[in-house]
Each structure stands twice: as C-alpha cells, then as structure tokens.
Design a protein around this ligand. Structure first.
Ligand code: AMP
Length: 283
C-alpha cells in the first residue's frame, strides 16, 4: 500500500490505473470505515482512501483541534483491508490558499437537521468532497466510484445531489451502518465517551428504533412522536438536538398518509456529556 501526502505523488500513484474506487475519511478508522473500503475494492482497479480532518466542516466551538489523529494505526488497518493508496494531505497541501470558492448544498437539504444545528457543515463537506474527487478522479479513464456510509445519512444525500446536479462522472455508493454489539453506531467520536457514557450511548439507537416502531404502528402525529423520543432521552440525561422521522427521498417530514415502511428514516442527534452522537435507522 502506498501512502502519499501530496497531490503530485497521488497523481503518480494513480497514473497506471483507469478506475479508482474512493473512500473519503477523516481518519481514526474503525470497522465502519473498513467496511466502506471492503465495499470499494471490487468496484475499481485501484482502491483509494483519503485521510483528512477538514477544518471547513467544523464550527469554531467544535472539536477540530482535539479530533483524534492516528495516521499510523489507520494505515495499518487500511493495508490489512487491502487498500492500495492512502492520500493523507496536510492542510497546506489541500488548501494552499484559503478555500474561498465553495460548494453550497440547497437550503432545503443542507440547512435542516444536521445543517440546522451545525451551520455551514454541509458546505464544508461538499467543498472538500468536490476537491477530493478532483484529486482522485482527474486521470481516470474508466468508471469512477465513491463509497460513503449511511451513518451520515444526510451527508450521503448531499453528495448524491451534488454529483447529480454537477453531472460529475462518479457513481456514489451508500454502505450500511456498522454497529457495536449493543447497537451503538461506530464513530470516531465514541472515544470521547467515559465508561459510564459508553454504556448509556446505545440508548440513542434504541430510542430511534422505538420512534420508528411507533411511527409504523400507526402514530402519525410527527410532533408527538418527536416529543416522546426527545423527552425519553432528556430524562436519561441527554441533550437531544433532534429525533425525527423523515421521508428517505428528500428528508422532509412525511404527510400522515406517507407513513409507510420502505420510505422513511428515523434520524437523531443528541449530546451525552460533551459528546455529540448521531444515528439513524431506515424504516
Ligand atoms: P468520517 O471519518 O467520520 O468522516 O467518516 C468517513 C466515512 O465513513 C463516511 O462516509 C461515514 O459515513 C462513514 N462511516 C463512519 N462511521 C460509520 C459506521 N459506523 N458505519 C458505516 N459507515 C460509517
């Protein structure tokens, strides 16, 4: 496996190949990330992972400085999973000048849910993914594939819409959420949790499942469903941002007659102590 830190070295590494399959990450890799790499492997003739903690998608009070950076361990995991090329640029390499050209998601998708609680987040995500696509796919002659996790459900939708509206020649694949045995969605941020918080953390996925079950069992009052789920977590000491049911197709609230299995997703974000967790279940 080749580990490259500059664009020039990335171009050299990819020159012999026609069809990269690409997995963008921020590092501190766990089984969820590695599942994306496994999904990517058969899609192209070279498997590329990027590791870059993208300042643009963090708010000033968020954890950019303390976000775990574990490059050597990440490369060991990636090599063992069969990744071919790791692109781990410095900030200066990827953003040699301030990145003032940006990609904005449409407000109806980018300013709701995560975008409401983390203003500018999806601009940061879309901008870096557009740039990383340029870096990885610029020499490709064959099909280009990129794999994202459903853990970041709204992000996957933002990327899909960006690819569609800019007619980018990239096929986007969504991978199912990898979970710990108790149901907690794997996340780099789980390492911030104390032992006590870690034991409690699975309650977010449990609450979302209960919310989804209630919705499919006939409770179609969305506000009531949301209030019950948020109250449940708040009573356990969480600070919930949102727990809701949305249409999979556009993440808008379903009309009462649209409460049907196969068309909905339960999404949530909540803080446990200082750690903000997100999760979702397709219903
Ligand atoms: P991140 O490093 O957090 O930016 O995540 C990089 C990619 O891994 C994104 O596409 C995430 O959705 C995906 N990912 C993170 N955690 C999981 C998980 N538990 N299961 C599946 N995909 C995940």
């Amino acid at each position: 496996m080749l580990v490259v830190h500059t664009l020039a070295d990335l171009q050299r590494a990819l020159a012999p190949f026609d069809s990269p399959a690409f997995v963008p990450t921020m590092g501190n890799l766990h089984k969820g990330h590695l599942a994306l790499v496994r999904m990517a492997k058969p899609l192209g003739d070279v498997t590329v992972a990027s590791i870059f903690v993208n300042r643009l998608q963090f708010l000033p009070h968020e954890d950019f400085d303390t976000y775990p950076r574990t490059l050597q361990a990440d490369c060991d995991h990636l090599a063992a999973t069969g990744c071919d090329v790791v692109f781990a640029p410095s900030e200066k390499e990827l953003y040699p000048q301030p990145q003032t050209f940006k990609v904005h998601a449409p407000s109806a998708l980018g300013d709701i849910l995560e975008g409401h609680f983390r203003p500018g987040f999806f601009t940061g995500v879309a901008t870096v993914v557009m740039k990383l696509f340029q870096c990885v796919f610029s020499q490709a002659k064959g099909p280009r594939h990129a794999v994202f996790g459903k853990k970041d459900y709204q992000q996957l939708m933002v990327i899909r819409q960006m690819v569609e509206q800019f007619a980018l020649p990239v096929t986007v694949h969504g991978a199912d959420i990898e979970r710990a045995e108790d149901g907690l969605a794997l996340s780099s941020r789980n390492m911030y949790l104390s032992a006590q918080e870690r034991a409690e953390a699975m309650q977010l996925s449990t609450a979302l499942r209960a919310l989804g079950a209630a919705a499919l069992a006939g409770e179609h009052n969305l506000a009531a469903l949301e209030a019950t789920a948020m109250h449940h977590l708040a009573q356990r000491g969480w600070q919930p941002d949102y727990l809701t049911i949305r249409r999979r197709v556009d993440l808008q609230p379903p009309e009462p007659h649209q409460f049907r299995a196969g068309e909905l997703v339960a999404l949530g974000a909540a803080k446990l102590g200082k750690t903000r967790l997100i999760d979702n279940w397709e219903l």
